[in-house]
Design a protein around this ligand. Structure first.
Ligand code: AHR
Length: 562
């Protein structure tokens, strides 16, 4: 572990870096991102509202508070009889871009037979976490991608240079039909992103026809000739990606018009193919983007795609995924908590134009973005994944769950071998990351009823002069009537006692699993793939209508109440 603290002045949380000149490689910063440096002073006051949704009652801006004791008991009230919103399983979506080893090696391999095929081991692992949808083919790649390059006999598919991700040659062996086979085998729904940046409304409409028309048209018959008689019935379609940056560097006014033009030609062929059209949403805190796009095109939008990454440090030195100090651990958690502010404020703007919340906020890209692993291609965004990533995932998923009324989809970036992955592969080997285990825990919330919680005496994790809420949670009731709790304690040294008053729950016991590890930077490697793994949790009991949990430091738990 690296001990010296990161220089606070240089730290920017969630900053998206800067736009690059044409000749620059994307990996010197995020593709097409705008300059977005977080002002630390504003962070201090805003981040405090991020814990446990908007339900914190005993809350003052952190900067106005005296230092808090570290070991106070956290009291939570669960109003199980007042659930209203369903937690969409689509919050647990994945993202697979033609980037680095995300597709090639990650899910599509020549290992074994020498011929391209899907990886059974990766698919089996993804099935276990019940992936609801997979966003594809990008990301930035989507606005370079021409779907026709990826259909028909593999040997005849054109080869292109993937100029945005490392200048590697893309042989298009993984295209639309292979992607659909992947999602079907995972048990997920497709979520395709169409090309607005270098494409046309005609190209996007014809792709829609290829994937969805039942047959009889030349394009649908082409799908049939490629071995797929039945339409794929795709509903989710992104109309461009990051159109404010790598997707075309557009102003929101221009994009809104483009959106309307492209979206107009995505028409249903029947009830199974009514499109769920997802517009490029804001870059982090670009509230003007949300305002303009909702005002000008909201009527035609089904989902608005917000992107926000948790970055510790400036883009040029984001820091190692595995070698970090406690301060960098703290800043990662603080960066993750910022999602609450972003979701709350974008949702409030959406409310202005869409008070009935018809339009979903889809957080189509989120997660931790570190420096790449030493010795790996900087264009491939390959990073390790520690217990810190797991805590960031738990905090973020709790925020999404607790905004279930508006956040009805999200896609962590990315599924395999890229950024904050579920799975890493090396040749025929595969390992599950700490983040995977969090997604596994949180399957209990898929399509469950969110049960409102109110937190009193929130415990705080204090580091130097700064502090953040230590405990994060979601409580839900599934379709069988079983209540589940997920909780995390981000404080790496102090345990927390949580006493939850269970109103409207008639449970007498609680049992579950815990994810923790010896160190804040513990991770699973190909040599030691099981350092961070779930174990049985015995620190919870139910007595007289109250759940008492002793949450160890740096841990995430899932509980079932019986
Ligand atoms: O996930 C990596 C990249 O980050 C995506 O391609 C892009 O949309 C975002 O900037």
């Amino acid at each position: 572990m690296r001990l010296p603290e990161a220089p606070t002045k240089a730290i920017s949380l969630g900053a998206r870096g800067f736009r690059h000149g044409r000749s620059k490689q994307w990996f010197q910063g995020p593709p097409g991102g705008r300059q977005r440096y977080q002002r630390p002073s504003t962070m201090k006051t805003r981040v405090a509202s991020a814990l446990l949704c908007a339900c914190i009652t005993a809350f003052k801006p952190l900067s106005a508070q005296a230092p808090r004791p570290r070991s106070a008991v956290t009291h939570i009230v669960v109003d199980a009889d007042q659930g209203r919103d369903t937690i969409s399983r689509h919050i647990y979506g994945q993202f697979a871009e033609h980037l680095g080893r995300g597709i090639y090696d990650g899910v599509w391999t020549r290992e074994g037979s020498g011929a391209w095929h899907l990886r059974d081991d990766v698919i089996a692992a993804l099935r276990r976490i019940q992936v609801p949808n997979v966003r594809w083919p990008g990301g930035c790649f989507a606005d370079y991608y021409h779907w026709r390059d990826g259909i028909g006999p593999a040997a005849r598919r054109p080869r292109m240079v993937n100029t945005i991700w490392g200048n590697v040659v893309e042989d298009n062996s993984f295209g639309t039909d292979e992607y659909i086979e992947l999602v079907v085998r995972i048990g997920a729904e497709p979520f395709v992103v169409g090309n607005v940046g270098t494409g046309s409304p005609r190209e996007m409409a014809e792709w829609w026809e290829y994937i969805n028309h039942p047959g009889g048209s030349s394009i649908a018959d082409e799908r049939n000739a490629n071995g797929h008689a039945a339409p794929y019935n795709v509903r989710r379609i992104g109309v461009g990606n990051e159109s404010w940056g790598c997707g075309g560097a557009m102003r929101p006014e221009f994009y809104a018009d483009q959106y309307r033009r492209f979206a107009e030609f995505l028409r249903p062929f029947n009830d199974s193919t009514r499109p769920f059209r997802i517009a490029t949403g804001p870059n982090v805190d670009d509230y003007n983007w949300t305002d303009v796009v909702m005002r000008e095109a909201g009527r035609m939008i089904d989902g608005l795609d917000l992107h926000y990454y948790t970055v510790v440090g400036p883009w040029a030195h984001k820091g190692s995924a595995t070698q970090f100090s406690e301060r960098e651990w703290f800043l990662a958690a603080k960066g993750a908590l910022r999602m609450n502010e972003l979701v709350t404020r974008h949702a409030a703007i959406m409310d202005k134009y869409d008070p009935r919340k018809r339009v979903a906020l889809i957080v189509g890209e989120w997660g931790m973005w570190h420096d790449v692993e030493p010795g790996t291609n900087p264009g491939f965004l390959y990073q390790q994944n520690t217990l810190r990533d797991a805590l960031v995932a738990a905090i973020t998923l709790d925020i999404f769950n607790n905004h279930a009324d508006r956040v009805r989809g999200a896609n962590i970036a990315q599924m395999v071998n890229v950024l904050q992955s579920m799975i890493l592969t090396r040749g025929p080997q595969m390992l599950l990351t700490p983040t995977y285990h969090v997604f596994d825990f949180y399957t209990v919330h898929h399509d469950a009823l969110l049960l409102p919680i109110t937190i009193e005496n929130a415990g705080y994790y204090v580091l130097g002069a700064d502090s953040i809420p230590a405990v994060s949670a979601t409580v839900s009731r599934d379709q069988r009537g079983v209540v589940h709790v997920t909780m995390s304690n981000v404080d790496p040294t102090q345990p927390r006692t949580i006493v939850a008053e269970l109103r409207g729950v008639s449970a007498t016991s609680a049992a579950g699993r815990i994810l923790t590890a010896p160190a804040i930077n513990s991770y699973n490697s190909f040599e030691q793939p099981d350092v961070v793994h779930p174990t049985a949790f015995t620190g919870a009991r139910v007595e007289n209508g109250s759940l008492t949990v002793t949450l160890p430091p740096k841990s995430v738990i899932v509980l079932e109440l019986r």
